[in-house]
Design a protein around this ligand. Sequence first.
Ligand code: SAM
Ligand code: SF4
Length: 340
Amino acid sequence: MNVISNVGAGALVDPFGRAVRYLRVSVTDRCDLRCVYCMSEDMTFLPKKDLLTLEELDRVCSAFVEQGVRKLRITGGEPLVRRDVISLFENLGRHLKTGALEELTLTTNGTRLTDFAERLKAAGVRRVNISLDSHDAERFKAITRWGDYGKVMDGIRAAKAAGLKVKINTVAMRGVNDDEFADMVAWCGAEGFDLVFIETMPMGDVGGDRTAQYLPLSMVRANLAQRFTLEPIPDTTGGPARYTRCVETGGRVGFITPMTHNFCESCNRVRLTCTGTLYMCLGQEDAADLRTPMRASESNEQLNAAITAAIARKPKGHDFFIDRRHKAPAVKRTMSVTGG
Ligand code: SAM
Ligand code: SF4
């Protein structure tokens, strides 16, 4: 095993010397929305019996924390539609109290934040990523196939009122929401929210052709530069976004560019699905089953060994293409399976 251990004791280190400090966990593949770039309208979801229980999710997350993971992001599907998921946050919060974990956070579509914002804050969550692609209610409905814009805005307000730091994720789609980006920057600046634009990634068959909608963020940035001054700043979130400071609003505006600018060289993360499959790279098929070793014994010995063996297979990176020759998705699973 070609593992370089120059990054401190207790760390999971991949073959390229990158310490894995960040685990994203998809707690369900289900969602109450059907965003056009993420899911097809008639999705077949996993039978509930295939899912890890909340106790098992806690166990595997805790095993990662013991092996040096410092940041946990709960995602999905829509994490807040999973029954009693709040208890997972409340239980994982114990690792924040001991200092073993630096951050517990989630990515959500915001539809259920009015119910959960306060309890998330009480559990130790400090920041939430909320996806919002449009401020036009009709357009929002079209993008999400049936989403209620007002409900999501109520959720965003509830998060802010609860004292959670909010980051808005906006997927950039040509001819769909590209006339709203400047207003989005202004709104986020005024609200004190970070804003991150994301390029559409070719993940899963969503029943449409992505070529027409794909919009390189270099173009988004160039257009924004006509109205705003965006000064590059060093990234402090440990994520793949490249950040700028908008001089006019004072807010941070980030760009996630998996298509035009590969961010793999600094990748510090792995992703766990709700069935206990670990993907070492968002854009590659190789995966490790952690459910079997976890269920094989009450001790974590086999689980820990499986985690170490998986990290030793983490690939150098991915290559996504969206062009006329590459119409098929780069990977078969959708983002909602791997956990965005
Ligand atoms: N349901 C939650 C939400 O929407 O925030 C969490 C899961 S969702 C899969 C996580 C993020 O992935 C969202 O910001 C969504 O916009 C993004 N996403 C989903 N499919 C994508 C794709 N094909 N390309 C780029 N971003 C995608
Ligand atoms: Fe659901 Fe999030 Fe996918 Fe939209 S992006 S369908 S909200 S999982």
